[in-house]
Design a protein around this ligand. Structure first.
Ligand code: ADP
Ligand code: ADP
Length: 230
């Protein structure tokens, strides 16, 4: 079952084309790595799939429904419910504590405070940063903030996780906590995970990968590689 699909996605910044005719489809429970050199368009692809950028041409489909053409308001509503996004440079709220940041998606979805807090602590614990739950963002390291951002993306068990270099500032051991959390969500909840990385070691956790170069897909590996027939 395909939960997220980009069809012939094309994007330019001003006059500079950065993605051309990219097809990508992700199934429930699947972990896919998007690889490629710096500047090949990986982040742009992720932002298009998340509806954070609009494609110049092509379509994004989420859970069988057209996503990119929705109004900004409907896109943000669906993004909150159906997507967890880990940004490369972080977008946690600096005025809130680590724990409050992680609770945020649950609170926005109407979960009661005690339940939201318990669930946030459970995710922070899994990522090895629960002892920092009460600290402000300025009091934790970049790597700790990055793990909190991963906890926030997973906390409301969205059907799709999009993560941009989620282990970029982590050592091997803490990076593996993050990758284990993604794989566990895929296995236990059927979460579809799209992981941008330039590290082969990280990509080896994915069931398959898609290789971008100069904004085009130049390779794919794995049992179900390539866009499916529609
Ligand atoms: P990657 O994630 O693979 O490093 P990006 O998608 O970030 O690639 O970038 C692809 C290309 O688009 C690069 O040449 C980059 O410099 C350019 N680019 C990215 N974001 C912007 C932007 N906001 N404005 C202009 N150019 C951009
Ligand atoms: P360090 O203290 O490890 O040098 P930095 O603060 O320079 O870390 O950030 C390194 C990386 O950590 C960033 O590129 C980003 O991926 C991640 N990061 C930093 N701050 C945050 C944040 N607020 N939310 C999520 N990730 C973050």
């Amino acid at each position: 079952e395909i939960v997220l699909e980009g069809r012939r996605l094309t994007h330019s910044y001003g006059n500079t084309p950065v993605l051309g005719d990219v097809d990508v489809a992700v199934r429930a429970g699947e972990v896919v790595a998007v690889m490629g050199p710096s500047g090949s368009g990986k982040s742009t692809l992720l932002h298009l799939l998340a509806g954070l950028l609009k494609p110049d041409a092509g379509e994004v489909w989420l859970a069988g429904q057209r996503f990119d053409s929705l109004s900004e308001r409907r896109r943000s509503d669906r993004r909150l419910r159906e997507l967890g996004f880990v940004f490369q440079f972080g977008d946690l709220v600096p005025e809130l504590t680590v724990g409050e940041n992680v609770e945020l998606p649950l609170r926005l979805l109407g979960t009661r405070p005690a339940r939201a807090r318990a669930r946030a602590h459970e995710m922070l614990d899994r990522l090895g940063v629960v002892e920092h739950a009460g600290k402000r963002l300025s009091e934790v390291s970049g790597g700790q903030a990055q793990r909190a951002a991963v906890a926030r993306a997973l906390v409301h068990t969205p059907p799709v996780i999009l993560a941009d270099e989620p282990t970029g500032s982590l050592d091997t051991t803490t990076g593996e906590l993050v990758l284990e959390a993604f794989v566990q969500a895929a296995k236990d909840q059927g979460t579809a995970v799209v992981l941008v990385t330039h590290e082969l070691r990280v990509a080896s956790w994915a069931a398959r990968d898609v290789l971008l170069r100069d904004g085009r897909i130049v390779g794919a590996t794995g049992a179900t590689s390539g866009p499916p027939a529609t």
